[in-house]
Design a protein around this ligand. Structure first.
Ligand SMILES: NC(=O)c1ccc[n+]([C@@H]2O[C@H](COP(=O)([O-])OP(=O)(O)OC[C@H]3O[C@@H](n4cnc5c(N)ncnc54)[C@H](O)[C@@H]3O)[C@@H](O)[C@H]2O)c1
Length: 423
C-alpha cells in the first residue's frame, strides 16, 4: 500500500477518532473545494501545485506567469479549463479564487503577498517570504488586518522528523542544546555554465514585470533564469538554503531570532560576471533559548563548488547537546548519548505524535526514531496543513511571523556576508 492509498483507506474506514489532527482532516465529509491559483509556474511553483492538488479539497483555477512557454505548459499539465494570466493583479481581482501560491523569484514575494492578503486571499508563499528585512512589518500588518491564513513554504517543519526532534529535544534526552550544524553542497553537474532556452526572447517574456522594483536592466535571459545569482532578485545561498534549516531550528527550539550572525564567503569560481552573490558561504549564528537559561550556536555552510559531498542540510542536520547528539532528517532522528540512552516514557509520548513509526535500539548508546513509512511526505503535509487551516480557521504551522523571523535570520546571514560585518 502506498502513502496515498493508506490515507484514502483511512478516510473510507472513517477511522478518525484515534487519529492525529493531521489525518483527521481526511476523514471529514467532502466540503466546498478551496479554489486556488498559482503565481510563478517555474520549478517550485509546479512542484507546489502538483502537491497542493493531492489534497482532496483543493482545486486549481488559474495560473499566472510572465513567461509564455510556462503558461502554455500549465494547460497541458493541469487542464484546458485553467484561466491564464500574466499580471498577478488579475488573479487577485477574481472573487472566485480563495487562495494563492506565490512561487516567483524572492524579490516579488512580499509585494504579491501583501497585495493578495489585501485582496482577501489566503497565501502560501515560498521562502524567504521577504527579500529585505525592511519588508517584514508591512507583511505582518497585511496578514493581521486581513485575518487570512498565511503559510511559508518551508515544508520541512511539517515533516515527522522535525516534529520528532521537537519532542525529543524538549524531553531533555540530549541535554541542553549547544550547537547545530548543517552543510549544503551542490548537486553534481551544477557547475555547468548557464544556457538560455531558444524561446527565451523578449516577446515571450514580460521583462519589466520580472524586474519589478529592482534596478532597471536591459533584457538578459541569464538574470531571468539564474535570478538566484543576483541580489536584486534572490537572497543568496542563505535565503535559498539556510532558511529551511533556520525554520526547522526555530520550530524545534521555539527560538525566534539570533542575537547576532557572522558570515564569510566569496565568489571563488564564478567570477565571470554571472553573479554578485557568493558561491561559497559559511555563517555562525548566536541563539539564546526562549527560557534564557542556555545559549547555542548554529553553523551553516553552503558550497556550490562542491559537487561531490552530496550534503543537503535542510533535510539532514545535527543538534548537539551536553548529554548527546541528534541527527535530524525529515524521516528519522538518531540519538547518540555518552551513557545509556534513557528512553523511559518516550515511546508512549511519541505514540501521540502524528506519523510516528518506531523506536529502534541500535546499541545502548544509540537509538533511532523513525516516521511511519506509510505516512505522507512533508510537502504534502505542509499543503494539507495550509488548506486545513483555511477550512478550520486555525493557525498554520508556518504562519507569517514565524516566516518573517526565519527569513530574517537567513537575510542577516546574507547581509553579513555582503557587508563583511557582524549583524
Ligand atoms: N520550498 C522549497 O523547497 C523550494 C525549492 C525551490 C525553490 N523555492 C522557492 O520558490 C521560488 C521559485 O523558485 P524556482 O526555483 O521555482 O524559480 P523559477 O525561476 O523556476 O520560477 C520562477 C517563476 O516565476 C515567474 N515569475 C517571475 N516574475 C514573475 C511575476 N512578477 N509574476 C508572475 N510570475 C513571475 C518566472 O517566469 C518563473 O516561471 C523561490 O522563491 C525559491 O526560493 C522553494
Amino acid at each position: 500500500m502506498n502513502r496515498r492509498s493508506f490515507i484514502n483507506n483511512l478516510s473510507v474506514c472513517g477511522a478518525s477518532l484515534t487519529l492525529s489532527p493531521t489525518l483527521f482532516s481526511f476523514t471529514k465529509a467532502p466540503e466546498k473545494k478551496i479554489r486556488f491559483a498559482l503565481i510563478g509556474k517555474g520549478g517550485m511553483g509546479s512542484a507546489d501545485c502538483n502537491t497542493a492538488l493531492r489534497v482532496p479539497q483543493a482545486e486549481l483555477i488559474a495560473v499566472c506567469d510572465i513567461y509564455k512557454p510556462r503558461l502554455a505548459a500549465a494547460k497541458k499539465e493541469w487542464g484546458e479549463h485553467l484561466k491564464l494570466e500574466s499580471n498577478y493583479k488579475n488573479i487577485l481581482a477574481d472573487p472566485t479564487i480563495d487562495a494563492v501560491i506565490i512561487a516567483t523569484p524572492d524579490h516579488w514575494h512580499q509585494r504579491i503577498a501583501v497585495d493578495a492578503l489585501n485582496s482577501g486571499k489566503h497565501v502560501y508563499c515560498e521562502k524567504p517570504i521577504i527579500h529585505k528585512r525592511s519588508e517584514a512589518k508591512a507583511l505582518i500588518k497585511a496578514q493581521k488586518q486581513s485575518g487570512k491564513i498565511f503559510q511559508m513554504g518551508t515544508q520541512g517543519v511539517s515533516s515527522v522528523g522535525i516534529q520528532l526532534a521537537k519532542v525529543l529535544l524538549e524531553s531533555g534526552i540530549i541535554g541542553p542544546l549547544n550547537f547545530v550544524d548543517a552543510r549544503f553542497s551542490s548537486a553534481p553537474g551544477m557547475l555547468n555554465s548557464f544556457q538560455a532556452p531558444a524561446e527565451a526572447t523578449p516577446t515571450n517574456l514580460w521583462w519589466d514585470q520580472f524586474i519589478g522594483e529592482a534596478p532597471k536592466q536591459a533584457f538578459t535571459p541569464q538574470r531571468f533564469f539564474a535570478w538566484r545569482n543576483w541580489s536584486d532578485y534572490g537572497t543568496g545561498l542563505a535565503g535559498d538554503l539556510f532558511v529551511h534549516v533556520l525554520a526547522s531550528i526555530h520550530y524545534i527550539t521555539g527560538c525566534k531570532q539570533p542575537k547576532k550572525v557572522y558570515s564569510d564567503g566569496d565568489i571563488l569560481y564564478y567570477n565571470d560576471g554571472s553573479r554578485d552573490t557568493p558561491d561559497l558561504i559559511y555563517s555562525l549564528f548566536d541563539y539564546t533559548m526562549p527560557d534564557e537559561k542556555s545559549h547555542f550556536k548554529v553553523s551553516l555552510g553552503a558550497n556550490v563548488l562542491d559537487g561531490v559531498s552530496k550534503q543537503w542540510g535542510s533535510t539532514d542536520f545535527s543538534m548537539i547537546g551536553l548529554k548527546g547528539t541528534m541527527r535530524v532528517t525529515w524521516d528519522t532522528v538518531t540519538i547518540k548519548t555518552h551513557g545509556t540512552v534513557n528512553t523511559e516514557g518516550l515511546e508512549e509520548r511519541l505514540a501521540q505524535l502524528p506519523g510516528f513509526g518506531a523506536m529502534r535500539k541500535i546499541s545502548d548508546y544509540e537509538v533511532q526514531f523513525s516516521a511511519n513509512p506509510e505516512y505522507p511526505d512533508a510537502h504534502f503535509l505542509h499543503f494539507q496543513n495550509f488548506f486545513h487551516a483555511i477550512r478550520d480557521k486555525s493557525e498554520s504551522v508556518a504562519p507569517v511571523e514565524f516566516g518573517v523571523y526565519a527569513s530574517s535570520a537567513a537575510l542577516m546571514s546574507f547581509e553579513s556576508q555582503m557587508k563583511k560585518q557582524i549583524i
